[in-house]
Design a protein around this ligand. Structure first.
Ligand code: BMA
Length: 342
C-alpha cells in the first residue's frame, strides 16, 4: 500500500506502464513513454492528425474519443480502440451523434473531447459551435449510440471536464469561459447540476497567477482523479512568448467535498514541451492533457496529452510521486483557497 490511495475506481492491472528511469528527475517525477508519439500523423483514412484526445478502460481493453483533423481543417470526434492503450485503431467514420429522439444531430465541428464515466454511463464533453465556441455533451452506454445532451453553457466556453462521480448529490463540471478566438485569458470554474440539463451554483476554482508558465490562461485537462488527498487535477497552463503560446501541464489537488477550494497547487509545471513531437508540429510547443488511466492497486497513472496539435503522447507517474511533488511545490493564493463565490 502506498502513501496515498486512488479511490472510487476499479483496479486496472493492464494499465500501460514503463518503470521510472533510474536517473534523478530535474523537474517533476513524470516520465514520457518511450514509444511517443503513440499516435502519429495520418492515423486513419481521411484524418490528417489526431491529438487532444481521451481514453478509458472498456470491457478489459481500452476505448477512446479522439480529436481528428479532417483534410478540410475541420475537427471531428472519432472512436478508437486498443488492447494495450498504446497502439490504437480508429473508425474511418466520425462519431454519429443523435438527439434524444434518435435523429442525427451532428456538431458543425468538435474538438478536445474528454470522456468520463459516471455511474453506468459514459459522457463525452467537447468544444463545438453553438453560434460561437461552447461546450457540447453526449452520453453513451455502449459506444454505439451517442445521444447529445443539452449544451450546458452559453458561448463562449471551452475545456469542460466532468467529475467521475456526483458530489453532494450533484454532477460537477469544470469549465473555462473564453472568447471566440485564441483566448488570451481564462480561469477554471465549477458548476453543478442535479440532472445534467440545468447548471448553476457557479464557483471560481483557480485562476491564472504570477507563475510565468501559467500567467495567460489555464484550463482543466483530464477528469479529476479521486485520491485520499483530494481530487488530483492535471490542467494546462499557458505563457505568451514572442512566437506564440506555450502549453504546459500543471497539477493541483482540490478539496474532496468542495472542489472549488484548491488545497495544493504546484507552482512549477509538471511537463513542458521538450521533445520534438511537443515542440514541432501544426502548433508548436503544446502539451495538452486530456485523460488519465489509473490503477488503484499500484497507484500508477498514465497521462494522455496532445502534443503540438499533431500527435498523442503518454507519460507515466504514480499517485505517491506526483502528490508529494505537488505538495512540496505548492503555492496557493486567496483566489485558490476560497470557496469562489462573489
Ligand atoms: C487551444 C485549443 C486546443 C489547442 C491549443 C493549442 O485554444 O484550441 O485544442 O491544442 O489551443 O493550439
Amino acid at each position: 500500500m502506498g502513501k496515498y490511495q486512488i479511490l472510487g475506481c476499479p483496479s486496472l492491472p493492464n494499465i500501460p506502464w514503463e518503470e521510472k528511469p533510474t536517473e534523478e528527475f530535474k523537474c517533476a517525477p513524470i516520465w514520457r513513454c518511450t514509444q511517443n508519439p503513440i499516435i502519429g500523423r495520418n492515423p486513419v483514412k481521411g484524418v490528417a492528425r489526431i491529438f487532444n484526445s481521451a481514453v478509458m478502460p472498456y470491457k478489459g481493453e481500452f476505448i477512446g474519443v479522439f480529436r481528428g483533423e479532417q483534410p478540410n481543417g475541420i475537427p471531428a470526434i472519432y472512436l478508437g480502440r486498443s488492447s494495450d492503450a498504446i497502439r490504437w485503431t480508429f473508425d474511418e467514420e466520425k462519431i454519429r451523434f443523435v438527439d434524444e429522439d434518435g435523429n442525427e444531430f451532428m456538431p458543425r465541428y468538435a474538438y478536445d473531447p474528454r470522456l468520463v464515466k459516471v455511474e453506468d454511463t459514459y459522457y463525452l464533453i467537447w468544444c463545438q459551435d453553438m453560434y460561437g465556441a461552447a461546450i457540447g455533451m453526449a452520453r453513451t452506454r455502449d459506444f454505439e449510440t451517442f445521444v447529445r445532451l443539452e449544451n450546458p453553457f452559453l458561448p463562449f466556453n471551452r475545456n469542460a471536464v466532468l467529475f467521475p462521480r456526483k458530489i453532494n448529490g450533484k454532477y460537477m463540471l469544470l469549465s473555462r469561459p473564453s472568447d471566440n478566438g485564441h483566448t488570451p485569458f481564462g480561469d477554471i470554474f465549477l458548476s453543478e447540476s442535479p440532472d445534467l440539463v440545468y447548471w448553476g451554483r457557479h464557483r471560481h476554482v483557480m485562476g491564472t497567477c504570477d507563475e510565468w508558465w501559467e500567467n495567460v490562461k489555464i484550463g482543466a485537462g483530464s477528469a479529476p482523479i479521486e485520491t485520499s488527498e483530494g481530487w488530483l487535477l492535471f490542467y494546462h497552463g499557458v505563457i505568451q512568448t514572442c512566437s506564440g503560446f506555450v502549453y504546459s501541464v500543471g497539477g493541483a489537488i482540490l478539496d474532496i467535498d468542495e472542489p472549488s477550494r484548491v488545497k495544493y497547487r504546484c507552482s512549477e509545471y509538471l511537463l513542458t514541451p521538450e521533445e520534438w513531437y511537443e515542440e514541432r508540429g501544426f502548433v508548436p510547443n503544446v502539451c495538452f492533457p486530456c485523460a488519465t488511466l489509473h490503477d488503484s492497486d499500484t497507484g500508477r497513472i498514465a497521462l494522455y496529452y496532445g502534443a503540438a496539435d499533431s500527435y498523442v503522447a503518454c507519460a507515466f507517474t504514480t499517485v505517491d510521486l506526483i502528490i508529494d511533488y505537488i505538495k512540496e511545490h505548492s503555492v496557493t493564493r486567496e483566489a485558490d483557497i476560497e470557496i469562489g463565490r462573489r
